[in-house]
Design a protein around this ligand. Sequence first.
Ligand code: PLP
Length: 465
Amino acid sequence: MYKSEQLAHSLKLLIENGTWKANQKLPSLRQQVEQSGLSLITVMNAYQELEAQGLIYSKEKSGYFVAAQQTKETVHAINEKIEINSIVFKYLKSIQSENIIPLGSAFPNSQLLYSAKLIQTLGQLARQRRSYEQTPSLPPGNYELRKIIAQKYAMQGIPTDPSDIVITSGGLDALNLSLQALTHAGDYILLQQTIFYGAWQAAERLGLKVITIPEHPVHGIDLDAFEQAILKYPIKVCMLMLNSQNPIGFTVSDEIKLELAKLLNKHQIYLIEDDVYEELHYDQKKPLSMKYFDQQNWVLHCSSFSKTLGAGFRIGWVYAGKFSEHIQHSQLMSTLSVNSFIQNALVEYLSHRHYEKHLKTLRSTLQRFKKQYFNYLKNHLPDSCQIHYYPSGYFLWIELPEQVNSNVIYHTMLEHGVSITPSHLFNITDQNHHFIRINCSFEINERIQNALNLLVEIIQNQMNG
Ligand SMILES: Cc1ncc(COP(=O)(O)O)c(C=O)c1O
């Protein structure tokens, strides 16, 4: 991006997020030059660009002013029939081989998970017959484990009783069971336009229709679009990610979460919150979940240990509240119970301070790696590629120029033994796929560096036609 485009972009955000109000005077060209350190010509180009977009207007001898924004009718996409599972299946199969460099993997580098203390605990318990007994682990799951999880909620100021929690086979099972409890085939649900493919698969499995709302460039979630959709369509339930959103990465602010909670209550609508990355924040303070703002119990909060201890354990949970019973009934008809041995091991492991220590190391490693990937790609990708960096998790979301097709990038990379994730796996409504997701949880060694160089080269080749 040129400097004038960058300036125009950041000024546009100030207008769109309401920091600059309609008819407010913009800093003069001279003031802007002083503030930004850019040249007069760059600032003039930026202002002219915003004027051309109708975002500002000029008055002779008075300067530039913010134009009143048109109240735009939000574009909701309606998806009557979801067919994504076979695409996801094919994609996951294609990147499964151990020889493929896994920049397309959804899982963090397993070297950073499976903590040594937990493996030691598993070894000790493996020799005790009672740790395999299934009865104490039948739905809703091991009581001690639910108690520990309930305490974690309480520490965040969310009063929770172990009976609110149901242990599930990972976060995906928690999402599926929750959606199943709240919907019937043919119902409408609301999703973010760009979202983890598991949410689309869940909708497909249950024969649901999906309304999507576009992402807000500043707030992550567009509350106007959200409310308009609820007013316009008979939406039964929403399923959203608000912390370290996969694939984009943003975390929605507390202010917006509070407003969202008010809307759920006002329109009496349930939210299934997918929060499996909740622990992978880089800030000191863990982001609050929607459950914190939910006074009237409209939120079912789903999470798991997959992104912190390992997806191989398949342990997740849902804060199901009054839906606990219903969800347990479904479990009895599908998985029966979640692995009792692993539940016992987690109780033992989580009862000490091991988990907190492990999380501290995991977070700082992921933060370091992600910054390294960002810097490397920033220095090597053409300026017209925008790397969306957010301080949490282990994904980078990269916006390529519109003429670049991310699916072609994926196939070409795969021919060279490297995976990346193209955007059509997350967004089934937009036909213009020019985004990719990169997993940054693998240390940049020579092999990874070669893979990143290959990515840069393939993007450049596509850009040059
Ligand atoms: C956003 C999101 N939700 C849920 C899941 C599923 O998590 P689990 O492995 O605990 O089932 C994933 C896994 O990639 C994910 O990225």
